[in-house]
Structures are given as C-alpha cells and as structure tokens.
Design a protein around this ligand. Structure first.
Ligand code: BGC
Length: 749
C-alpha cells in the first residue's frame, strides 16, 4: 500500500506544478476557445485529414491531439446495423439489433412536438450506446409528389408542420451529445435521377415551401450538422453549392455546424473547397469499390485538396473555416466528456416507439362506427393481406434497420384479442416476399406457390365467414414501393390490391382497410369499405400500436401531414407535367422546373377547388369534438402587436380523446398570388367525455408573411386576413377576421 502511495506521489510530482491543461482539452473552457486552440496545434495534413471519411461511416479525428474519430450512422428511424469498414456489407455483429421507431411521416402525423422530443432523445440514446456521434437524420424535404420513394423519411407536405416537429427531434437527439445531420439540403423531392436532377424554382417557392423546415432545424433546433443533397440547383450539386451553402445556410442563417456530403454526393474538388462542403463521405473514387485501404486519400477533399493548399492554389483561411466547423462538431460530441452514456433497446424505447405509433396512426374513415372493435365481443375477425405479417423494418434503402423485434399487425391483433378469440389470417396477395437489405434479412419465408385466384378465393371465403375483415395492405419499402433510389410508378396500390379489396367488400360489409405506407395512395374502393386507417411504417411496435387503435385501447388522434389525393392530377407537380423533368440533349442533366410554384399539397388543392380523398390535417377520433365560438383580442405588447384567439372545444362523445385544433391564415388581398390558406398554428387538447377546454393561438405579424422577391425578404402586407380554425384544412369550423393596419395587428370592426 505504502509503495503504491509513493508511486502515485512520485507520479504527481513528475508533473511540473505550472503545467496547464491545454485549452482545447479543458472542458470548462469556452467551445470557441477550444476550437481555436486545437486548430492552432494542427498540421496542414491533419487539417485536411479531418475533412473526409476514413471508412464508410467514420472520419479520422486528430489522433495526435487525442481528438477521437467521428462516427456517423443512419438513420432517421433507428440505428443502422454495423457494416464493414470499406463496404456496405454487414459486419455481422450479434449485438447491433435496435429498436425501430416509426418512420418520420408517422411522427409528423402525431402533430405532437413533445413526442418528437421523446423520439429524438430515445434515438440519441441508442446512437450513444452504439458509439455513434452523428445521426444521419432527420429528413425534412417537403412532400412535393406522392410518388417520391423517400417521403416516408420526411415530415409531410407543410413547411410549418415540419418546422415545428423537427426542432424538438433535434433537441432531444442532441441532448445526448449526438449531432443531428439534417437532410437532404435541399430540393431533393424525388428519387429518380437523383444525382442528375437540376431543380429550378422561384425564390418564393424556395423560401416559403422548401427552406423553412431546414431553417428552423438550424436556427431553432440548433442542428450541429447538415447533409447536402444529391441533386443540383443552378447547375451546381447541392453538396457544393455556393448559393445554398455559402450564401443562404452559412451566410443568411449563420449556421456554425458542419456540412456533410451525402454518400457519393461530392463531384469536384474546387467546388467542394469553395462552396461550403466540410466533411466528405461515400465518394467512390479510385478503388474504393474494391475496398482499397488508401482510397480515402483520393477523395475530393483529401490529397487533391492538400496539393492545392501546398501549391498555394487554395487558401488556408477557407480550410480553417472548414476545420473549425468539424472541430466544433467534435467538441459538441466526442470531446464532451459529460455527455450521457446512452442505452439500447430499453423498455422505455419500446414504449416511446409504441406511443409515437399509436398517436401517429390516422383514422381516415369510420362509417357507422365500425371501429373500435371490442376484443371481448366474441366476433370472428379475418385479417387479410401481406402487410399483416411482413416485417417492414428491413428495406427502403439507407433507413433500413435490423430490429431487435418487430410485432406484426397480425401478432398485435391476436395478442389484443386474446387466446380465446378467432383471429384468422389469409394472405390475399403476394407483394414482396424477399425481405433483404444490404445483407440484413428479415428471416421470414414469404415465398408463395399458390396463384392469385387461389389466394383471392381463400381470402373471400374467410371474409364471408367472418364478422369483420381487417385488410392490411399498402406499400412495403421494396424498390418502387417507398424506397430510396426509386419512385413509385403510380398513385394506385400495387399487386392487385384494389381488386382484392373490391372482392372482399362484396363478401363482407364490415371491412377495415389498414394502409401501410409512407405516402398517400389512391382508394378507388373507398365508398365500399366502412373504415380506413393510415398505418405508416410503425417500426418494432407496429402490431401493438395498431391493435391499440383498432381495439380502442387508444383513441386515435393522428392527423394527416399530407394530402391524400384522389388522382395524380390533383398534385401540382403532376398536373403541370413538371415531374420528373426533362433530360438535356447534350448531358445527363435532367431539368425539373417546379412549375406549380408555391402551390404544393393542399395549397394546390385549395386554389384549384379540388376534392381530395382526405385533406391535409384530417384525422377522425372515436369521439366527437365541438368547436365553440372563438374569443379574440388584440394586444399591443410587441411592435406589431398580436391577435390572441381562444377557442372552446368540447368532447361531446363518450370516450376520452385528444384533438389537434389547427389554425390557418388566409390573406384576403395581396399583391402577389397566395395560397387560399396556410397552416400557422396548431394546439392539442385532451378531453374527458363531456369535458370542455380551450386552445389559444397567438398570431404575430410573422404568420402573415410571404416572400417578396422584389425586396428579397419575407413581408407582411397591410390589409385584411382571416384566421381559420379547423379540424383539418378541409374542415374549417370557425373564422376570425383581423387586419394589419398602420403596421399593427387589430381586430376588424
Ligand atoms: C442516403 C443518405 C444516407 C447515406 C448513408 C445515402 O444514399 O441518401 O440519406 O444517410 O446514404 O447511408
């Protein structure tokens, strides 16, 4: 013991008393001071080294200074399984199966920012446990067309909703010391030709529709990194785009984090240097595809950059800005010794996944209250459709997961109905029997030898002998069916599901259709079925969340974050013929002009007076809410003042529930064309049966603004406005008129 003490003392004495911890290692020092100190100690080679990948998903850090590697991971819905150093192939770990959270469309459909925080926090904990520092998500590209294969990874069609929901997701995630990497910046609104599509759009569409969620992510969410998109704008790839990265993101918005390239999204060293790229990943230059160990030196921001620096062609000032951003990222993540340790597959994460799922499921139609089904009623239930049994967490592209478990809708229903109940199953159709992505296999054998006629006959016979039919179909994340790198070919359901649903409807009047998808689908059979439920991709707890809603354990409260169109003609991008663009004769570039301009989603529906299947914001409940007469008042507390509107809401049904009351603003007269109305607020209220409560909206001048290209900024014009208060964009219940007069908000006399 004495010997040890002596040794320790000798060791301590060996450190001269005046030796100080370098500033960059001092956790109490200001982060900018740490960045500057670390920067001042780095060699040119080290500076270049931190700007590009060293493996599929990691960057090197600065080993000499003890600044660790930075590890990234997909994706928005769970932590991707470990892949090999240089390859997409699986590392075949046995301890990397995660909790799969519902896809982001489902999260958006909860309209519940506090759940977005819970989601981000849980996901960050999983990332931390797996020693990941940057989570490649969330995605906030606006749903411009329902054919986009990646809409399920995004937060719907409305910039306001996406802006509100993305912020707490980022805050929850980053509370773990794990950086968000918001993607894909920007205008990556469809997947076909994603590397060659050159988008042209008006400044109004850019600023009013496509940028607000990214801006909120940066300025309100405080995102520490952001991913450039694959496509181009102004003939320049988004991963090194002067206007988007230098002027708007880093200039106007003051983004101080790092711009990460999408994997293989970098194409040019000079542009990457000058136009704002900070961290290059996934380039497939010089032998990388063969796994050559030095391939990373050939990245655009590796040796080619170093050569330019050494020959004086590139300035160290620009380099230092990039390095500062990467160091800042390190000090916020790997160098934060106080960050929590994380947890993996905890019961809390399962609970969070189930909760997001059940709150995001949307009850679209419920004629004569077919739902909820009472598990104690001894009814004979037929569950029909491939999606009732298919694992949905494998597939879809980079967001594909290896889930610890996945409760299928059929299993969830059987569990909810109990062992005494008859819950029979028939497949009905064959969709995608494969279940494999990058070497992760679902383990299900979905091969089928029977013909479609035989499958239909079996399903119809079962439907005929049952009291109620729950058809679980939709899309499935196979290529072309909600999957990265491909779009859907049409709005309709694939695999003959429409015909099957018609046949089932002829056999049994009590049909519930559960549509599993991240996108709207056409429903030509809508008038023939009693209930329709939008199930999204629900992750590990899918079957539990779904059964909770179908059996009334949870009263549905989800609302659509996107319009469900009757036909593609109701979509601006398609009605104008602008999707997917036109290939240039002399190059691979495909020009896509966003001809529908700001009229995306319900904005197009409203201005063309169309009747969608279900409007944006729609979602039913097992109870009914009555909206009372609003009380409005003006306050001059701030510069332009505010209008406060309080709306009484009463639950006039017999079950407790939660309603999302929506506020849309309509500009009665404006100098430029504007959408008929735009979402500018929403509030959720929980009410017991018979109870009445209030929701309050405060409208400030900001809610009246549109982008005026003449002055290159958002402006609010004087004049009259309407505050429309509704249960959806198609169900406006109350209206309050007010005006902006002499620069101040006032109620109309
Ligand atoms: C996707 C990104 C993803 C990256 C890494 C790309 O193909 O577009 O969203 O994060 O791969 O897997």
């Amino acid at each position: 013991m004495k010997k040890i003490t002596t040794l320790i003392l000798t060791g301590l004495l060996a450190i001269p008393s005046f030796a100080k911890v370098p500033v960059y290692l001092d956790p109490t020092a200001d982060i900018e001071a740490r960045v500057e100190d670390a920067l001042s100690r780095m060699t040119l080679e080290e500076k270049v080294k931190v700007l590009h990948a060293q493996s599929k998903f990691s960057a090197a850090g600065v080993p000499r200074l003890g600044i660790p590697e930075l590890w990234t991971t997909d994706g928005p819905h769970g932590i991707r399984p470990e892949v090999m150093w240089d390859e997409w192939d699986q590392a075949r770990w046995t301890n990397d199966s995660c909790i799969a959270f519902p896809a982001l469309t489902c999260l958006a459909a909860t309209w519940d920012p506090s759940l977005a925080y819970t989601y981000g926090k849980a996901l960050g904990e999983e990332a931390r446990y797996r020693k990941k520092d940057i989570l490649l998500g969330p995605g906030v590209n606006i749903m411009r067309t329902p054919l986009n294969g990646r809409n399920f990874e995004y937060m719907g069609e409305d910039p306001y909703l996406a802006s509100i929901m993305v912020v707490p997701y980022i805050q929850g995630l980053q509370s773990n010391g794990v950086a968000a990497c918001v993607k894909h910046f920007a205008l990556n609104n469809h997947e076909v030709n994603r590397h060659t599509t050159n988008v042209s759009l008006s400044d109004r569409a850019l600023h009013e529709i496509y940028l607000p969620a990214f801006k909120a992510a940066v300025q309100k969410g405080g995102a520490w990194s952001l991913m450039g998109a694959y496509n181009l704008i102004g003939d320049q790839h988004l991963c090194h785009n002067d206007r988007m990265l230098m002027k708007i993101l880093k200039g106007d918005w003051g983004f101080d984090g790092a711009v990460v390239s999408d994997w293989g999204g970098t194409h040019d060293t000079d542009e990457a240097i000058e136009n704002g790229l900070d961290l290059e990943f996934g380039s497939w230059t010089d032998g990388l595809s063969n796994g050559a160990s030095n391939a990373y030196d050939y990245y655009y921001l590796a040796n080619p950059y170093l050569e330019r620096l050494k020959s004086g062609q590139a300035s160290e000032e620009v380099l230092n800005d990039k390095v500062r951003r990467v160091l800042r990222l390190a000090f916020r993540t790997t160098m934060d010794r106080n960050r929590p340790f994380g947890s993996f597959c905890s019961p809390e994460h399962s609970t969070a996944a189930r909760e997001v799922g059940r709150k995001g499921i949307v009850l679209l139609k419920n004629d004569r209250k077919l739902l909820p089904l009472d598990p104690k009623s001894n009814i004979k239930v037929a569950v029909i459709g491939e999606n009732a049994i298919k694992m949905m967490t494998v597939g879809g592209g980079s967001s594909s997961l290896k889930a610890l478990y996945e409760i299928s809708p059929l299993d969830g229903l059987r569990e909810a109905f109990g062992p005494q109940a008859v819950v029979a199953y028939a497949r009905g159709y064959v969709g995608d029997p494969t279940g494999e992505y990058n070497g992760v296999v679902s383990g299900q054998d979905l091969t089928e030898t029977r013909s479609q006629a035989e499958l239909t006959a079996e399903a119809v016979a079962l439907a005929r002998n049952s009291d109620v039919v729950i058809f679980v179909g939709g899309l499935n994340k196979a290529s072309g069916q909600d999957c990265e790198d491909s779009d859907r070919a049409s709005l309709g359901l694939p695999y003959g599901q429409d015909e099957l649903i018609e046949a089932l409807a002829a056999a049994n009047k009590n049909i519930v259709v559960v549509n599993i998808s991240g996108n709207p689908v056409a429903m030509p059979w809508l008038g023939k079925v009693r209930s329709v439920v939008q199930g999204w991709y629900l992750g590990s707890e899918a079957g539990h969340s779904l059964a909770d809603v179908l059996t009334g354990k949870c009263n549905p409260s989800g609302k659509l974050p996107c319009t469900f169109y009757a036909t593609l003609d109701q979509v601006g991008a398609h009605a104008t013929g602008s999707y997917p663009g036109v290939k240039r004769a002399d190059s691979d570039i495909v020009d896509c002009n966003y001809d529908e301009d700001i009229f995306v989603g319900y904005r197009w529906i409203d201005s063309h007076k169309q009747a969608p299947l279900f409007p944006f914001g729609h979602g039913l409940s097992y109870t009914t809410y009555k909206y009372g007469k609003p009380k409005a008042s003006a306050s001059a507390m701030t510069d332009a003042g505010t209008i406060t509107i309080t709306v009484p809401v009463k639950n006039i049904g017999s079950v407790a529930g939660s309603e999302t009351v929506q506020l849309y603003i309509s500009d009665i007269k404006s100098s430029l064309p504007r959408p008929e109305k735009e979402l500018k607020g929403f509030e959720q209220i929980q009410l017991q049966p018979g109870a009445e409560g209030e929701v309050t909206f405060t409208i400030s001048k900001e809610a009246l603004e549109f982008y005026n290209p003449g002055v290159e900024s958002m402006v609010a014009e004087p004049g009259k406005f309407k505050a429309l208060i509704g249960a959806s964009s198609g169900d406006i219940r109350q209206i309050v008129e007010f005006e902006l007069r002499d620069g101040t908000l006032a109620l109309c006399e």
